[in-house]
Design a protein around this ligand. Structure first.
Ligand SMILES: Nc1ncnc2c1ncn2[C@@H]1O[C@H](COP(=O)(O)OP(=O)(O)OP(=O)(O)O)[C@@H](O)[C@H]1O
Length: 828
C-alpha cells in the first residue's frame, strides 16, 4: 500500500468523533489537570475537528500547486499532449472517492492515461494493484493500448465478473450468447401468442394501451397538445391508399386524437365500415364555411350514419387552449357548443342520423361500451374480429410496432436483471402508481413476466448465466468473502453508463480493501445506455451511493468549437437534472456549426436533403479554400475542368458520418435515381463527384458513434413521431418501474442521445428534418428557420403552407389536421 500525500476528506472522521468532540468542548480542559503534553494533543484534536476541513483544503491547495510545479514536465507530455489545468488537478487530487465530470471530447481517456502513469511514477503503485475498468471490449482494448504499461490490462465489468466466478468455482462459467438474446425473446413472445389469454392481453395492449392516453383537458396550451399528438402518432390499424404524383402508397390512417384513434380501431376491429372525415352527403359549403366533414361516416349497407366525437366534459366545457388569440375561455366554450348545435341541426334538417360520443365518456372509462350500445341502437351490426384475426392485422399493418414491443421487452428485461431486481420489487413499484399508467403498467407486466420466466428457463436448461447474472454472482462471492482483492486503486472510464448491478460489484470490490480509492470519469450528458441497464442517478448522486466524494471537472473540449459548444450545451441543460458544466473550446481559431436541412418530400426519403446539405458544405469549404475568389458557378466549372484538384483532394481527406436513430434509418437514403451516389455495403455510401472524386460516407446509429468523431456529421430522420428523433419508445414510462429515480423531464434519454449526435463533428453538424414532421428537438435548436419554413405563430409547432381557398391564396398551418386553424392571407 502506498502512503498518501494529500489529506483525505475528513468528513467521515469528524462524524466518528463528534461525541468525543462535544464532550471535550463542554469541559474546561485547561482546568482538569491534564499534563502539558496531553493538553497539546487535546487542543490539536479540538482544533482539527473544528477546522479540519479548512486546514485540509488549504493543505491540499498548496499540495496541488507544489505538485503541478514539481511534475510539470511529466504533465507536459501525456500521449504527446500538454495537459490542461483541470486535467492536471484532477489527476493530482486523491480522495477516497473521486468523480471527474467531463465534457464530450475533453480528453477523458487522456486524463485516465495520465492518472495511471502518475500513480505508477509518483507513488510507485504496483500495476497489479490498479484495476482499470471500461465498458466495452473495444474501449477496454483502446485504453490498454493507450496506457501501454506492462501489467496493466483494462478490464470490462464482464471479464472481471467472469474471472471472479472462475476463480471461486474453479472453472469457467458457461456464458449465454448475447447474440441470441433478440432471437430468443422474439421466439418466446411468438410462442406465448399461442395462449388464448396472452393473445387477448397483447391485442388489448396494442389497441388500447400502446399509446399514452392523455385527455386534451390535461394540456394548457395547444402547442403542448399538438406536440403530444405528433409524438404519439395517432395511426389507426386501418390502411388507406394515398396518391403522391403518379405513385400510390398504402399508409395507416391518421386521426387527430387518442380518443378518435380508440373509436376508429373499435369500428375497424368490429368490422363496421367507415371513412374518417369524409364529406357530408349534403352540400353545406358557403362563403364562410367549407364543406362539413363529420368525424366518421359509417356505412350500413346503403345507409350512411354519422359519428361525431365531441371534446367536452359533462358540463360542456372545452380544454383551456381551445380559445383563439384574444378569445376568452368562456367564448371558446360557447363557440364549440354552437358548433355542436349547428351539427345537430344540420343532421335534423337533412334527416340524417348522427351518433354522438364525448370526451367525458373516455375519462369515465365507458367510451367504447357506450359506443357499442349506440351502434346497436342505430341498427349497425357489431361483428368483432377474433383475437387471432386482430393480431394478424396488427402484424400485417404495424410490424414496426410489434418489433418495437420486442425491443421494449428486451430493454426492460436487461434493466430488470442488471438492477438485480425481484418481481416483488416491481409489484411494489407498480402499487405506487395510479390511473391509466397503473393499468398500462399492470398489463405490460402481465405480458413481460412470462417472457422473463421462459428466458430464465432457457438459461437454466443450458446451465448458462447471462451478463447480469455474471456481475451479480461475482458481487455475491466478494460480499460472502469467497473472493478477496488487493486493489489500491479502481479507475472506471465511461462511468455515466454504470448500472445498479455494476455499482454493487464496484462497491463490493472497494469495500473489501479499506485503503482502496475510487477514480471515476464520465459525462452525464452522454449517458445513453439506459436500455442495457445504466441508471443515471448513480452518476448524478454519486456521493449518496459511494460516500464523501471530491468532484472535479474537465471542461475544455478538443473536438468541437463554438457556436456548437453553446448550442449543444443549452440544448442538453434544458433538462435541469443534467449537471451544469461550462464547456469551452481549446481554440478560437475555427468554429463548429449547426445547420438544418429541411426535406420537402411527402415520403420518408432523406436522399435529396442529404445531397443538398453535402453540396452546401462542399461549396462553403471550396469558397474558403479558394479565398472567395470565385462565384459558385465558376467553382462548378472549375471542378468539372479539374482545376481545383488540390482543394478537392483536401476535401476527400475529410471524414463524413451519417447518423441515424436506428439501423433502419439507413433505408431513408435511397439512391435509385441518383447514379452518382450508391450504397456500397451495409453501412457505406459512396459519391462520385465530377466523375473523379470519390467521397465515402459511413452510416452509424448514434449509439455506435459514441466516442467517435468526424469532420462533418449528417443526422437523418430528425422528425417527430414515435419512431422519429426523439423516439418515443425508448422513453416509455413503463421503464420508470426500474429506475431508482424516474426521470421526470420528457425525452431525457433521447435528449442525451441527440446531444451525442450533435457533438461528433469537428466542423459541421447537419440535421435533416422533414418540413411536415419537424422534430421538437429541431424546433428548439433552429430558432431562425428559412423563410419558406415560417413557424405558425399560434401553435408554434407547424409551419405555414401556401393554400388556395374561395377568397384566394392564404397561408395555413401544417398542423391543420391536428386542430390548428391558423390562417393568414397572402399579400398580393
Ligand atoms: N490537453 C490536451 N491538449 C490537446 N489535445 C488533447 C488534450 N487532452 C486530450 N486531447 C485530445 O483530444 C482528443 C479527445 O481525447 P479523448 O479521446 O481522451 O476524449 P474523450 O473525452 O474520451 O472523448 P468522448 O467524449 O467522445 O468519449 C484526442 O485526440 C486527444 O489526444
Amino acid at each position: 500500500m502506498r502512503t498518501r500525500c494529500s489529506l483525505p476528506n475528513g468528513y467521515q472522521w469528524q462524524q466518528r468523533y463528534v461525541v468525543l468532540y462535544s464532550e471535550l468542548f463542554r469541559l474546561e480542559i485547561d482546568r482538569i489537570g491534564l499534563s502539558k503534553e496531553e493538553l497539546t494533543i487535546t487542543n490539536a484534536f479540538l482544533n482539527f475537528h473544528a477546522n479540519g476541513n479548512e486546514i485540509r483544503k488549504r493543505f491540499n491547495t498548496q499540495f496541488i500547486a507544489k505538485e503541478k510545479t514539481e511534475y510539470q514536465d511529466f504533465f507536459n507530455d501525456i500521449e504527446g499532449n500538454s495537459l490542461d489545468n483541470q486535467q492536471r488537478e484532477c489527476i493530482i487530487t486523491d480522495e477516497d472517492n473521486n468523480l471527474v465530470i467531463a465534457g464530450a471530447g475533453s480528453g477523458k481517456t487522456t486524463t485516465i492515461v495520465g492518472k495511471v502513469k502518475y500513480l505508477i511514477n509518483r507513488y510507485k503503485t504496483k500495476p497489479e494493484n490498479i484495476l482499470l475498468i471500461s465498458f466495452t471490449k473495444a474501449s477496454a482494448k483502446d485504453l490498454t493500448e493507450r496506457v501501454n504499461f506492462r501489467g496493466i490490462e483494462v478490464r470490462t465489468f464482464h471479464s472481471l465478473g467472469n474471472d471472479i466466478i472462475r476463480s471461486v468455482e474453479k472453472g469457467k462459467p458457461s456464458i449465454y450468447d448475447s447474440n441470441q438474446f433478440r432471437r430468443h425473446i422474439n421466439g418466446i413472445f411468438k410462442k406465448l401468442q399461442g395462449q388464448e389469454e396472452y393473445l387477448n392481453d397483447i391485442t388489448n395492449y396494442f389497441i388500447s394501451y400502446m399509446k399514452l392516453d392523455k385527455s386534451s383537458f390535461e394540456f394548457d396550451s395547444q402547442e403542448d397538445y399538438i406536440e403530444y399528438m405528433k409524438d404519439q402518432d395517432f395511426k389507426t390499424y386501418k390502411q388507406k391508399v394515398a396518391t403522391y404524383g403518379d405513385k400510390e402508397t398504402v399508409n395507416r390512417e391518421i386521426v387527430k386524437s387518442m380518443e378518435e384513434c380508440k373509436i376508429a380501431n373499435f369500428l375497424f376491429f368490429n368490422r363496421v365500415r367507415y371513412e374518417y372525415e369524409y364529406p357530408y352527403e349534403h352540400n353545406t359549403r358557403d362563403l364562410d364555411y367549407r364543406q362539413y366533414k363529420p368525424d366518421f361516416t359509417l356505412f350500413n349497407n346503403e345507409e350512411k350514419i354519422y359519428l361525431e366525437h365531441f371534446g367536452i366534459d359533462r358540463e360542456g366545457n372545452v380544454p383551456p387552449f381551445f380559445a383563439d388569440e384574444g378569445q376568452s375561455h368562456e367564448d371558446a366554450r360557447l363557440h364549440y357548443n354552437q358548433g355542436i348545435e349547428w351539427k345537430r341541426k344540420t343532421h335534423q334538417a337533412h334527416n340524417t342520423s348522427c351518433i354522438e360520443t364525448y370526451s367525458y365518456e373516455n375519462s369515465e372509462g365507458v367510451l367504447l361500451d357506450n359506443l357499442a350500445k349506440k351502434l346497436t341502437e342505430a341498427g349497425i351490426t357489431v361483428n368483432p374480429m377474433t383475437q387471432q384475426e386482430k393480431w394478424k392485422v396488427i402484424n400485417e399493418v404495424a410490424i414496426d410496432e410489434v418489433r418495437a414491443m420486442v425491443d421494449l421487452f428486451i430493454q426492460f428485461l436487461s434493466l430488470f436483471k442488471s438492477n438485480n431486481y425481484s418481481l416483488d420489487d416491481l409489484i411494489k413499484k407498480l402499487n405506487s402508481k395510479s390511473g391509466f399508467e397503473k393499468v398500462r403498467n399492470t398489463l405490460f407486466l402481465k405480458l413481460f413476466i412470462p417472457i422473463y420466466k421462459e428466458y430464465q428457463i432457457i438459461l437454466n436448461e443450458k446451465a448458462e448465466i447471462d451478463f447480469s447474472d455474471m456481475i451479480n454472482r461475482a458481487t455475491d462471492y466478494i460480499l460472502t468473502g469467497k473472493y478477496t482483492t488487493t486493489y489500491d486503486y479502481i479507475i472506471v472510464d465511461e462511468f455515466q453508463d454504470i448500472s445498479q448491478g455494476r455499482y454493487q460489484l464496484l462497491n463490493a470490490l472497494k469495500n473489501s480493501n479499506p485503503a482502496c480509492r475510487l477514480f471515476c470519469v464520465g459525462d452525464d450528458w452522454q449517458s445513453i445506455y439506459r436500455f442495457t441497464g445504466s441508471d443515471s442517478s448513480l452518476f448524478n448522486q454519486f456521493e449518496r451511493y459511494f460516500g464523501v466524494t471530491e468532484i472535479s471537472k474537465i471542461e475544455t473540449t478538443y473536438r468541437f468549437k463554438n457556436p456548437m459548444i453553446d448550442i449543444s450545451g443549452n440544448f442538453i441543460t434544458q433538462n435541469p437534472s443534467q449537471i451544469k458544466k461550462q464547456l469551452r473550446s481549446f481554440t478560437n481559431d475555427a468554429s463548429t456549426s449547426l445547420k438544418v436541412e429541411y426535406s420537402k418530400t411527402d415520403t420518408s426519403d432523406d436522399t435529396e436533403a442529404l445531397k443538398q446539405a453535402f453540396l452546401k458544405y462542399v461549396i462553403k469549404t471550396l469558397l474558403k479554400l479558394t479565398k472567395n475568389q470565385y462565384s459558385v458557378e465558376e467553382l462548378a466549372e472549375k471542378i468539372k475542368a479539374f482545376e481545383l484538384d488540390k482543394e478537392m483532394q483536401e476535401l476527400q481527406q475529410k471524414k463524413f458520418l451519417i447518423l441515424g436513430r436506428n439501423n433502419r434509418d439507413f433505408n431513408r437514403l435511397n439512391f435509385e435515381n441518383h447514379p452518382a451516389w450508391k450504397k456500397v455495403s451495409e453501412n457505406q455510401i459512396q459519391l462520385t463527384f465530377a466523375k473523379k472524386y470519390i467521397f465515402d460516407f459511413q452510416f452509424l446509429t448514434v449509439h455506435r458513434s459514441k466516442g467517435l468523431q468526424a469532420n462533418v456529421v449528417f443526422i437523418v430522420n430528425c422528425n417527430s413521431g414515435r419512431y422519429g428523433f426523439p423516439n418515443e419508445i425508448s422513453d416509455d414510462p413503463v421503464m420508470d418501474l426500474l429506475l431508482s429515480h424516474a426521470e421526470p423531464y420528457p425525452n431525457a434519454e433521447e435528449r442525451r442521445l441527440f446531444y451525442v449526435a450533435l457533438t461528433r463533428a469537428k466542423e459541421r453538424t447537419v440535421c435533416i428534418a422533414n418540413v411536415n414532421h419537424i422534430s421538437k428537438f429541431i424546433n428548439q435548436l433552429d430558432k431562425k428557420p428559412p423563410e419558406e419554413i415560417k413557424r405558425c405563430p399560434r401553435c408554434k409547432k407547424g409551419n405555414l403552407k401556401l393554400r388556395t381557398g374561395p377568397y384566394g391564396n392564404f397561408y395555413g398551418c401544417s398542423n391543420f389536421s391536428y386542430g390548428c386553424r391558423y390562417i393568414k392571407k397572402k399579400k398580393k
